[in-house]
Design a binder for this molecule. Structure first.
Ligand code: IFM
Length: 437
């Protein structure tokens, strides 16, 4: 069965940041620091989904998509990150799961979508190897409560983006700019993933996935320097997170001046066996390809020179639907029999949506984007790639990290002053598409 769905994440939609015992996360801290998020926006209220979840489940039911990917807020469940669970936090997800099932929607929770409890950041965050074990303990707490009704689980969302933006460049929480010293964050996230897989299975989870942000990498020219630079970027963005999970080893990092990757990452005996535990699927988030040239200056071994000649989203991201086919077939070619079924767990675009006084958002660019990307998935399937799901990012306009509320990705428009939800033309299009399909 092919899963069609939409996706969201806790910090981006829930709000209720200080309610019912929820502890602070790194994103609460970061967003409240001046200058971190555009116009000082925070997720304090977001889409107020914590209070309006019934309305949002009704929107999902009206859409007719079979599945809904959401994330669980670690600090809502464990305000200190470890130790005693917060019963009200667990109750919230219990109610949400029951509400989804009653509406005929399959819940697909992600356990970590970047909102690490601040209490754990105070102990080093993902630079501290111990977080991997705390993540597995948290996974066990959630699964003990929900695995009787939830079949499919995702451990981490986009560990590359979290490492690179949060710890490498400091443009996301926790705001550290460590460049290559951020590499252990990759290993500790993956170790946490592997330990969580065990905990989830022990609690009865039927299917476990890991979701990565993946990009097909294109060299700016055929010149060997550009090809080598593209390869170096591919290693950092894609292979650093997929090779250990699917092949049980880290890729060659010599382009980064690293001779012994395991030492640089902090790998210990047995870690890679934990990390490479078999999965039931690989989650792939796709937004655009990346074009890479040799760097003009010393530093990192690549320069992102951007894809040109394509339309762009409100974010300025190039719209390249066939890049999704290229990505999916490329994963199959690279990993062969080691590749589990693929689920496209995020795909979508921000657009400069306008709500008219008549209550209409006529987002034709988003409709074209989704139609063309779904067609690219179909082409990959026709070429033999085992793709089993597609989730639109996102159900709702929401808090887009460092961009605050300035980028709208939703099928449903949210007026952040009134919290009024208005399904856009793309919502109606997706509903009709699903009904026809
Ligand atoms: O909003 C994000 C999401 O949290 C992770 N993947 C990319 C989306 C768009 O930037």
């Amino acid at each position: 069965m092919f899963l069609w769905g939409t996706a969201t994440a806790a910090y981006q939609i829930e709000g209720a940041a200080g309610e019912d015992g929820r502890g602070p996360s790194v994103w609460d801290t970061f967003a409240h620091e001046p200058g971190r998020v555009r116009d000082g926006h925070t997720g304090d209220v977001a889409c107020d989904h914590y209070h309006r979840w019934r309305e949002d489940v009704a929107l999902l039911a009206g859409l007719g998509a079979g599945a809904y990917r959401f994330s669980i807020s670690w600090p809502r469940v464990l305000p200190e990150g470890a130790g005693a669970p917060n019963p009200k936090g667990l109750d919230f997800y219990d109610r949400l799961v029951d509400g989804l099932l009653a509406a005929g929607v399959t819940p697909v929770p992600t356990l970590f979508h970047w909102d690490l409890p601040q209490a754990l950041q105070d102990r080093g965050g993902w630079l501290n190897r111990d977080v991997a074990g705390w993540f597995a303990d948290y996974a066990a707490v959630v699964a003990e409560r929900l695995a009787d009704r939830v079949r499919m689980w995702i451990t981490l969302n986009e560990p590359f983006v979290h490492m690179a933006f949060g710890y490498g460049m400091g443009v996301h929480a926790p705001g550290q700019a460590l460049l290559l010293d951020a590499l252990p964050v990759a290993h500790h996230q993956l170790l946490g993933h592997g330990l969580a897989v065990r905990a989830l299975r022990a609690a009865g989870a039927a299917e476990v996935l890991l979701t990565n942000n993946c990009t097909p990498v294109r060299p700016a020219s055929d010149a060997p320097r550009d090809v080598a630079a593209a390869d170096a970027y591919d290693v950092l963005h894609n292979r650093l997170f997929a090779d250990p999970v699917l092949l049980g080893r880290y890729p060659d990092l010599s382009a980064y001046g690293i001779d012994a990757p395991d030492d640089a990452l902090g790998v210990r005996d047995g870690d890679l066996a934990v990390i490479s535990a078999p999965l039931d699927g690989l989650g792939v988030n796709y937004y655009n390809p990346t074009r890479i040239a040799a760097p003009a200056e010393p530093g990192l071994p690549f320069a992102d020179v951007g894809i040109t000649g394509h339309p762009t989203t409100a974010f300025g991201w190039p719209v390249v639907p066939d890049g999704l086919r290229e990505l999916l077939t490329g994963l199959r070619d690279r990993y062969g029999a080691a590749l589990p079924p693929i689920y496209v767990t995020e795909n979508g675009c921000s657009q400069p949506d306008e709500l008219t006084p008549e209550g209409v958002v006529d987002d034709q660019e988003r409709i074209a984007f989704l139609r063309d990307h779904i067609a690219a998935v179909d082409r990959a399937r026709a070429e033999g790639v085992d793709v089993r799901g597609y989730f639109v990012w996102s159900l709702l306009d929401n808090f887009e990290w460092a961009e605050g509320y300035h980028q709208r990705f939703g099928l449903v428009h949210v007026d952040f002053a009134t919290q009024r939800r208005t399904p856009k033309a793309s919502y109606h299009w997706f509903r009709d598409f699903l009904a026809a399909r």
